[in-house]
Design a protein around this ligand. Structure first.
Ligand SMILES: [Zn+2]
Length: 144
């Protein structure tokens, strides 16, 4: 019996676990983009950030594999919906920020809405929180 088959037959991995608490899974990505925030010196000058985005989903049940979700699925969602869409863009010209000031606050709320919509198809968890880090010491979070 292979190690994989041995573990596959184990009750430890095949039992559905019902929890009294909850798990939170967080994945992150980053992208580089510029923006301008008129009337907000010094941010009224063209500049860029390597934005870090963290998204967290909660789970009150584990699946038959003993997981809330596969990290890879959530990371793929984050990369497809956020990184691929906004990396190396000028945010003031990238929808929806062409019509909405690209502040960290607006970014985090829009990213939450984008991920909430996208995660319904790939995740059994509840999107709880998104963080947008403008630099290593500053971030904004959004929750519903
Ligand atoms: Zn900035």
């Amino acid at each position: 019996m292979t190690v994989q088959a041995q573990y596959r037959s184990s009750n430890i991995l095949s039992r559905t676990v019902v929890l009294s608490g909850k798990y939170t899974i967080t994945v992150e990505t980053s992208f580089s983009a510029s923006h301008i925030l008129p009337d907000c010196p010094p941010c009224d000058r063209l500049h860029g950030h390597t934005w870090k985005v963290k998204a967290s989903w909660s789970y009150t049940r584990l699946d038959d594999k003993g997981m809330g979700d596969n990290f890879a699925n959530l990371k793929a969602l984050l990369n497809a919906e956020i990184r691929s869409r906004f990396d190396h863009t000028h945010l003031n010209e990238a929808a929806p920020f062409d019509a909405l000031r690209p502040t960290a606050e607006n970014l985090v709320r829009e990213f939450f809405l984008i991920l909430k919509k996208g995660s319904a198809a790939v995740s059994s968890g509840k999107l709880e929180r998104v963080e947008v880090w403008e630099g290593p010491e500053s971030f904004v979070s959004y929750e519903e």
